[in-house]
Ligand binder design. Structure first.
Ligand SMILES: O=C(O)CCC(=O)C(=O)O
Ligand SMILES: [Fe+2]
Length: 240
């Protein structure tokens, strides 16, 4: 079993107010250097270890794009379990603020991740959603939203595990923002190895002339043109 508990996450990166401000300004918030290179490489090496996963998805079979991803099984590798609960706290504060602005999803969000998981279980959502993705040349991820049941926590995190320009080329993370009566806006998120990004799962509040409006958000990955790209997805709600 790889040594998953070596990676520390940078607590300074987890300021709710800074993350919230970046989301408001750009539609995403980068968390630079969330994982060190050794932890990224250990997670990549773990892609081959069947014992870590509950299922493997061939994206082309479902019209999701081309490539493969694997959902981690419970218990999650310690570094992922720690990241999921450490990241949740500041994001729950932002999610509650978004509720006040545009009233999405739940009336309130628990402050601890374990309580969100209990709420998911009560709604019949009991399967873990953190996943690792693997893209090879020609692979890509079509624009989508990671909704896994009625209970959808509105923010998620993606970690770039491979080194762009070294391990792979192409494969840019792309967000598309849709607003009423406007053309869609493309957003490319620049990420280095170990960087993470916080993105809205389905929508986010945007300031408009008449108060807060909703912007619909989808994300995907452009075609990988060379090498191999791995990423880690941390979704906070569990799946049906
Ligand atoms: O590979 C990526 O960067 C995107 C992964 C993704 O869609 C997700 O984590 O939800
Ligand atoms: Fe996704």
């Amino acid at each position: 079993m790889p040594a998953f508990d070596t990676g520390a996450c940078d607590a300074n990166a987890l300021e709710a107010s800074a993350i919230g401000a970046a989301l408001d300004r750009e539609g995403f918030a980068r968390l630079p250097g969330l994982l060190d290179a050794a932890t990224c490489n250990t997670l990549i090496a773990g892609y081959a270890d069947d014992r870590l996963y509950r299922s493997t998805i061939t994206m082309a079979r479902h019209g999701f794009g081309q490539g493969e991803y694997r959902y981690f099984a419970y218990p999650l590798p310690p570094v992922i379990a720690r990241l999921r609960s450490a990241l949740y706290a500041p994001l729950a504060a932002i999610a509650s603020q978004w509720n006040a602005r545009i009233g999405i999803d739940q009336p309130d969000w628990p402050t601890e991740h374990a309580k969100l998981i209990a709420r998911c279980a009560a709604a019949g959502q009991m399967r873990p959603t953190p996943l690792i993705l693997r893209y090879r040349p020609g692979d890509h991820n079509r624009l989508h939203q990671d909704v896994y049941g009625d209970l959808t926590f509105p923010l998620q995190v993606i970690v770039q595990l491979s080194a762009p320009g070294v391990d792979f080329a192409g494969g840019e993370l792309v967000l598309v923002e849709g607003r009423a009566r406007m053309q869609s806006r493309p957003i490319v998120v620049p990420l280095k190895q170990g960087d993470a990004v916080v993105i809205p799962v389905r929508e986010r509040p945007v300031a408009s002339a008449r108060g807060w409006a909703r912007a619909a958000m989808r994300h995907g990955v452009a075609t990988v043109t060379a090498g191999e790209r791995h990423s880690l997805g941390i979704i906070f709600h569990d799946a049906r």
